[in-house]
Design a protein around this ligand. Sequence first.
Ligand SMILES: *[C@@H]1O[C@H](CO)[C@@H](O)[C@H](O)[C@H]1NC(C)=O
Length: 494
Amino acid sequence: MWQKATAVALLAFAVGYFYHSNPDLPEQVLQYLPFPHAPTQREPSLEHVISTAWEALITVPAQQWGRVAVGVNACVDVVVSGIGLLQALAEDPGPGHDHEVLHSKKDLKEAFIHYMERGSAAERFFTDKEVFQRIAQAAAEYPGAQLYVGGNAALIGQKLATYPQLMVLLCGPVGPKLHEMLDEQIIVPPESLQETDEFHLILEYKAGEQWGAARAPQANRFIFSHDVSNGEMSTLETFVASLDEFEPDLVVLSGLHMMEGQGRQMWERRLKEAVAAISDVRNAVPVHLELASMTDKDYMNSIMQEQVMPIVASIGLNEQELLFLSQAGAGPHAELSSWGGIPEVGRVSDILLWVLERHGRSDPESEADLTRIHFHTLAYHVLATVDGHWANQVAAVAAGARVASIQACGLQKIDASKVALRAPLEFHSSHSEPREKLFINPAKPVTIWNRGNVTFHLAPVLVCKQPLRTVGLGDAISAEGLIYSELRPSRPSL
Ligand SMILES: *[C@@H]1O[C@H](CO)[C@@H](O)[C@H](O)[C@H]1NC(C)=O
């Protein structure tokens, strides 16, 4: 009797699993399955099984970081109603008109209307410092305006500071407002404090919102700032200088993408200086570089060729940045114009391997430092590491996936009913042969495979069904992944 019951239960579980991964299963097949005999107790959902499994998988590394230095982009994001703010600035509605850069309130109004009528996002630089400061002041005081810590470095610092045993140094353009909003535990070197904050104004509008003749077809946001400090990475030298005294055992760098908008001459010079500054640090401590959206292929190529890539030990990036990296360097799948939905794991694996073999230390003879890439996309994350350099990867990739669900849903822990598994349950280790067929096991939800001298760890993400706020999710994922990562002490000859 028990044998029959077990067999039915197992079959029901297998069918549930099969059905979940093949939602297109024809009705005819389903009607032959013995559902009437299925156990009355409902099987726990895959989301529940996965989130429970994570708790067991996420273990702290044997050797934890004690001091982490983070730089160099930081700002205050002010989210406010676009129409409300423009009205408060005594602007009247009128025709829309795009401007490459904004010189005045009138330019701002026209560009805002131009994009609002289209419902598309845009980001612009406001040239007049004083006028911008007045607008920023009005925005920050506008009823219902929401102020958030912004900038990748500040967001990573905030995440790291949730671990009380960690000393965190943050270097970036920190004004009075940002300083007040930062976690108390974060140390800001006095040289990086400035009199005014770098405000990024985020003008929101809702679907159907109307101003004069303009009507928004969908909700979106128009972003503008007068952010010179972050655009020039002006605190980079201060950051590097403060490391001597702080003596971190990990350095996290972001903000390189901010220089892209400064024009070629400017970024060519600044990138050389950045490389020289980072080179000073690299022999003593590992450097993690957080990449963020770039649109200029020449700039992206410079980041790889001017040797930013090889002088950092670790990078964190998302699917757009990964594809762009491959396109800029004529790597695998560079012919794709976009991913089109959830990025195929085999293709992601091909590009990650290419980056580590071409720009990393996959060959022990190589001079490069790069040995770790933390890749994040909505549905899953992959941590790719060169063998022998890192430990605790299972926990690190799972911790990154867990924080993505928690933070997007705005909760303290995962609620299995509020998230959905979107990762493929079956995939391949490469897009082309030879390749290995791989699966996600919900009870042990980190899949591992090897190619050459590189090991890949994939964790599915339980995607929040109704996300509250997704800004800074990538920064939180990378920070959490680093906290659970361990650098092998036997780092070959540095
Ligand atoms: C992998 O490491 C071995 C030595 O351990 C080296 O000979 C080989 O070239 C490396 N492979 C790649 C693809 O870098």
